[in-house]
Write a protein that binds this ligand. Sequence first.
Ligand SMILES: Nc1ncnc2c1ncn2[C@@H]1O[C@H](COP(=O)(O)OP(=O)(O)OP(=O)(O)O)[C@@H](O)[C@H]1O
Length: 584
Amino acid sequence: MKLIKMIDNNELEEIGVVSSPSNLTELKVDIKEEVIGKNLLGNLCVIKSSQDGKDLLIFGQITDIELKNVWLEQSQIRGIIKQKGPISPISGDHDLHIGRLSIISVFSVDGNEIKVERLGTVPSTNSKVYLVNKKFMDEFNKIFSKDRKLSFIGKYYGTDVLIPFEFRDFSKGEGGFGEAIHLGIFGKTGSGKSWLAKMIITCYAKNAGMSIFIFDPQGEFSNDVKDKKDDKKIKWGDLLKSCGKDVEVVSIGDIRLIFDDKDKTLDVLERLLNNIGIEDFWKYFGVFSDKKRLLIRVIIQSIKYLTSKKCVVPYNLEDLLSKDFREVLKEVKNRSNEVYKDDKYQKELKRSIEQNKNIILKKWDEISKWFLKTENCKTIAEIVEEMKGKDKIIIINLADEEARKSGMFWNISIKYFILAELVNYIKKAGEEEYLKDRILNTLVVIDEAHRFAPKEKPDDEELDRLKSLLIDAVRTTRKYGIGWMFISQTFSSIDKGILDQLRVFFVGYGLNYGSEWRRLDEIMGGEEALNIYKTFGDPLVSCGERKPSFIVKGPIIPFIPTSKAIAIDALNFPEEFKKCNNLD
Ligand SMILES: Nc1ncnc2c1ncn2[C@@H]1O[C@H](COP(=O)(O)OP(=O)(O)OP(=O)(O)O)[C@@H](O)[C@H]1O
C-alpha cells in the first residue's frame, strides 16, 4: 500500500512521538525540537500503528500545544529568573512542547483497501507522529473516492491538505444518505457564510434527481446566478448548470397569491389587508385601529357577495379586484352599518370613500396586483410543483428592491406570509410524495434564518406563523426527504427548536463571546477543536487573500466517521473550488 510506503520512506515530516498520558480519544505528543518553531495548530497528523494483526493509520488534529518546564514551576527558580532574567541551561533547554492530538479517524490498511476501524488500544509511546502533507492526502482521497462521490470545500486549518466531504442526496438508494439532514452555517457578518453556502449548494447540485430551494431575503444568491458580462463576477449560475441543474430565479414581482380555492384566495387577501397599516391605506376610509378589522371583513363579504350567485349578475373575481373594484366600494358603502352602529359614523365612512376614491383606487392597484395573473407570474403551488423531481434550483428573490421595482404593495409581513406559504406547500408536497412511497429529495436553504425563526415570540402574527411552520417542518420533513440549511449570524437569536434538529454545523469567525460561546460549546460538546476556533482571525481584517475558517461537525466528512469537530479553511471561491472539484 502506497500510503504505508510513503510513511516508511520518510516522505512525511515527523513532528514527535506519542507521549503519556494518552487515551483512546486524545494522544499527547512530545514535539521534536526541530519543529518547535512551526505552526502546528489545526494540522492533520497520522500515526502508523497496528491492531489485531492489521496495519492501522490513526489520524488526528492538533488542537493545542502546551509548554512545560518542570524547573520553572519551582518558586525559588522563578524568583531568580524574575531578578536575573533567563537562566542557562534551565530556561529554553528544558522546555517541553506537548501537543494534544485529537483522534478523528482510524483506518485499517489491507492491500489496496482502506477500511474504517474503531481504535481499541492506544499506540505505544514510541509511535512516531507525522504531519500529513498534500501528496499523502491526495493519495488517500484517490483510494477513498473509489465508492464515493467526494467534494472539496476546504482544507485542514492552516495547511494545504484537502479534506474530503460527501454531500449525498437524501434518497435511500445507492449513494444516497437514506434520509434528509439539516445543516446550519453560523458566524459573524463577513465570516464567509454565504460563500461557503454557495459551495455546499454546488456540491449538493452534483446529485442527479435532487432539487434545491433557496429563500434569498437579500437577493445575494439571485444576483450571483444572473448572467453578467463582468468577468470578475463569480458566474455561479453557470457552475450550477454545469452540475446538471436548471436554475431559476423567481422575483417577488412574479409571485401571485392566487389559490385553487377561491375562499383561500379571499382568506389570504383578508390577511394581507390586515397587515396593511392605517397610515398606508386605511386612513383614506376614515377608520382607525379599532374598526380596521371590521371594515376589512365588510370588504371581503362584499367581494364574496358580488362574485356569488346571490348577486344578480355575478362578477368575475379577477375583474372585481381590478377594473370593477369601484363596485366593491359601492357595496361597502351599502354595508356601512356593519362597520358602525352610529348613523353619524356611517355617513362619515361613506363620505371618506367618496372623497378619497381616486387615492383608494390607486393604492388598491398595488394591493390587487398580488391576485392578478400576468404572463410570467407563478402561484406558490406552481413554484413548488415545478421543482418536484426535476433537478431544479429555484431561488426566491425576496429583496426589498425587487418588491419596489414590481410596483406591488410590500411590507415585511408579506415577506413572512410568502415564506410561510412556501414552507407550507413544500411540506405538503413532501407528504404527498411520501404517501406515494417516494421522497421529495430537496434541500431548502434559508439565508438570514434568525429573522424568520427568532428565539423570542414575535409580535408580528405572520412571523409567528412562519416560525411555527418552520419549527414543525424541520421536525417532520426529514422522512419526506426534505433537508433544511439555515444560515444565521448568531446561535442565540434563532429558536432552539430549530438548533436542536441540526446535525451538521459550520461555525465561522466571531462567536466566541458570552451566550454565543456557551451555545457553541454546548453544540460541540466541549470538543477540542474549539481551542482552534479561539485562534480564528477576522476574515474582514485579513491581509491579502481571504481564507475564512470554520469549525465543522456532522456526518458529511466520510473521513471522520466519528463526526468529531474539525477546523478548516474554506477554499477560495470560485476558482480554487472549481479546480479542486473538477468543475472547470
Ligand atoms: N471562500 C471564499 N472565497 C473567496 N472570497 C470569499 C470567500 N468567503 C468570503 N469571501 C469574501 O468575503 C466576503 C464576505 O463573505 P460572505 O458574504 O460569505 O460573508 P457572510 O458571513 O455571509 O456575511 P453576512 O452575514 O453579512 O451576509 C465575500 O463578499 C467575499 O468577497
